[in-house]
Ligand binder design. Structure first.
Ligand SMILES: Cc1ncc(COP(=O)(O)O)c(C=O)c1O
Length: 383
């Protein structure tokens, strides 16, 4: 009898694919999947076309093209005062997703434990399972998605090898403060763990809030693997150009894994991202104000509909508390909104391992044209 690998047991289609399929089936406005419904900036797309036409079309070096690694080293120094050696401490991967998978494969043994914060980005848990390890969740509790210090400390054991933190956080839109990150740093240091810091939304922070890279905390750089991606920053999620920054011994291990997953990443896109990063300061002004105004438009609409929630300070997601409006759980209410209101969202209970907290919310992505957001709000009238 033919059978499949045990390690894939329990893997299902991701909730994002399922909801997008339903959105199409019911012709609902799709506020579920986390990407913009508008295109990325002209200057970087043109740059990619130029590199293709100039012949940058063969395999890139497996560590990534030097131009991109150097642009990243400059950016980390300039923005965060973090020094990474472009040759030995930065590697380019196929989006943050591959960076997360390769890092976990490089660091984690079967039987190890990995502390994660729930709601948790789904690829962490699958990557941990594929490594034969166990995800140990700490729950972020609404409405401000804070965690309990004792619960965090209790999550660590002699088996804990890694902590994964994501700030700004998908799906809550929370940006962790220095004080909160330091609360994570303490047990990570005590148990001598690595920290994977997923910072793909690092430039999507609003109002007076600042993104704090975990590696910038005192004494944390050596144990931290910082992962980010051009997909969110340039609104080009289909390009899948991501990177890992860490100490040279860790990067060496990650590269050893990466060479057998994808080996190298699309050459012209790497060159174009390297160019794009050179113009990032002026680009970010417009980029942030565009997303902040979308957040404000959508939040105002939700308030007019009678929802009460704190304003999220980062990413392009809102966790909408639904118990003010319905007795249904997240899955039931999500179905109702698709079928009756023609608006697709994500039921976040899929992002929780232990807690029932997710049943009280829906995740909404507001990285959409203003007209799309207005139409969705109008469909939600009368809730
Ligand atoms: C928290 C988080 N990490 C990683 C990723 C994946 O990034 P990439 O598209 O660069 O693989 C996403 C994408 O939605 C995300 O939300």
């Amino acid at each position: 009898m033919r059978s499949f690998a045990n390690r894939t047991e329990g893997f299902e289609d991701s909730i994002f694919a399922v909801m997008s399929q339903k959105a199409a089936q019911y012709q609902a406005i799709n506020l579920s999947q986390g990407f913009p419904d508008f295109d990325g900036p002209e200057f970087i797309k043109k740059s990619a076309c130029d590199f293709i036409n100039k012949g940058a079309n063969q395999y890139a070096p497996f560590a990534g093209v030097k131009e991109l690694r150097s642009s990243l080293a400059d950016l980390y120094k300039d923005f965060y005062d973090l020094s990474y050696n472009a040759d030995s401490e930065i590697t380019i991967v196929n989006g943050a997703t591959e960076g997360i998978y390769a890092t976990i494969q490089a660091l984690i043994n079967p039987g190890d434990e990995v502390v994660v914060f729930e709601p948790v980005y789904d690829s962490y848990v699958s990557s941990i399972k594929l490594a034969g390890a166990k995800a140990v969740p700490v729950t972020l509790k609404g409405p401000n998605f804070t965690f309990d210090k004792q619960e965090l400390e209790n999550a660590f054991s002699h088996q804990t090898k890694l902590v994964i933190i994501n700030s700004p956080h998908n799906p809550t839109g929370k940006v962790f403060s220095t004080q909160e990150l330091e609360m994570v740093a303490r047990p990570a240091t005590k148990h001598d763990c690595f920290v994977l810091s997923d910072e793909v939304y690092e430039h999507l922070v609003y109002d007076d809030v600042k993104h704090i890279p975990f590696a910038s905390l005192e004494g944390m750089k050596d144990r931290t693997i910082t992962i980010s991606s051009a997909g969110k920053t340039f609104g080009l999620t289909g390009w899948k150009v991501g990177w890992c920054c860490a100490s040279d011994d860790v990067i060496d291990r990650i590269r050893k894994v990466h060479q057998y997953i994808t080996f190298s990443i699309a050459t012209p896109l790497q060159f174009a991202v390297a160019q794009g990063l050179k113009e990032i300061k002026s680009y970010l002004v417009e980029f942030r104000s565009c997303y902040q105004s979308k957040r404000d438009l959508f939040m105002q609409g939700l308030e007019e509909l009678g929802f009460e929630l704190p304003t999220p300070k980062g990413t392009y997601f809102i966790m909408l508390p639904i118990s003010q409006k319905t007795e249904l759980d997240d899955i039931g209410f999500c179905e109702k909104l698709i079928v009756e209101n023609k608006v697709a969202t994500i039921p976040p209970s899929a992002f929780y391992l232990n807690s029932e907290e997710g049943k009280k919310y829906l995740r909404i992505c507001y990285a959409k044209e203003d007209e799309t957001l207005k139409k969705a709000l109008s469909n939600l009238q009368g809730l």
